[in-house]
Design a protein around this ligand. Structure first.
Ligand code: G3P
Length: 225
């Protein structure tokens, strides 16, 4: 599974990329607003930080303007993935951008039928919003499971399932069980993935015992060489 970080915060992206945990980045208008930075500059800086796909979302709602915005966003850097909402105009724009060879991330997906239409429109990624369904007491992971099952039934579908609106590590584990290609994860949740108190305690115990030997691997190696 690929891990994308769901933020427009450069410091967070830099930190997670430095840990080797970033295969891509997703932003949305709310995350851009939270960053306080001009969209084009923020996306350009993010694209310079990571090699993987960086999702930049259009903000128009009509096809013609979405297409113009999408072309401009795609021109920022080769690794921009243009994000469009799952509306009829968004699907039209997805088809047009995909036909121009651009990668499109179709976002705000809440049903399998929406995901089918996104794949038909040539989406590079589909973003089912797991957490927002769970927030309503609905089955967010069930949506990911349905989309993965349906997509696997058609060899011609190349759209990658990008689990989004992730609220915790279990969403990632369950999305991986479904076979989702990627998950986009807030930085604080990405950090939860590798942290465990038993790992910390076990490592400390190993090192305490090792220190008692007075040995150093590199010193031993130098003496042996
Ligand atoms: O950025 C796309 C998606 O992950 C945002 O979901 O529910 O955390 O705003 P949410």
């Amino acid at each position: 599974m690929k891990f994308f970080v769901d933020t427009a915060d450069l410091a967070e992206i830099r930190d997670m990329a430095g840990a080797g945990m970033v295969d891509g980045v997703t932003t949305n208008p709310s995350l851009i607003a939270k960053s306080g930075r001009p969209l084009l500059e923020a996306i350009a800086d993010i694209c310079a930080l990571v090699d993987g796909p960086v999702s930049a979302e259009v903000t128009a709602t009509d096809h013609d303007t979405m297409l113009a915005e999408g072309r401009r966003l795609a021109a920022i850097a080769p690794n921009v993935a243009v994000k469009v909402p799952l509306t009829v105009d968004g699907l039209r724009t997805c088809r047009a951008l995909a036909d121009e060879g651009r990668v499109v991330n179709v976002t705000l997906c809440f049903t399998p039928q929406q995901a089918l239409l996104a794949a038909r429109a040539g989406a590079g990624f589909i973003s089912p919003f797991v957490g927002r369904l769970d927030d309503l007491g609905l089955d967010g992971i069930g949506l990911v499971r349905d989309i993965c099952e349906i997509y696997r039934a058609y060899d011609g579908i190349r759209t990658e399932v990008l689990a989004a609106s992730v609220r915790g590590p279990l969403h990632i584990v369950e999305a991986a069980r479904c076979g989702a290609h990627a998950a986009t994860v807030p930085p604080q949740i990405l950090r939860q993935l590798y942290r465990h108190p038993l790992t910390d305690a076990g490592l400390e115990a190993f090192l305490a015992d090792w220190r008692k030997t007075g040995q150093s691997i590199l010193d031993l190696a130098d003496a042996a060489d």
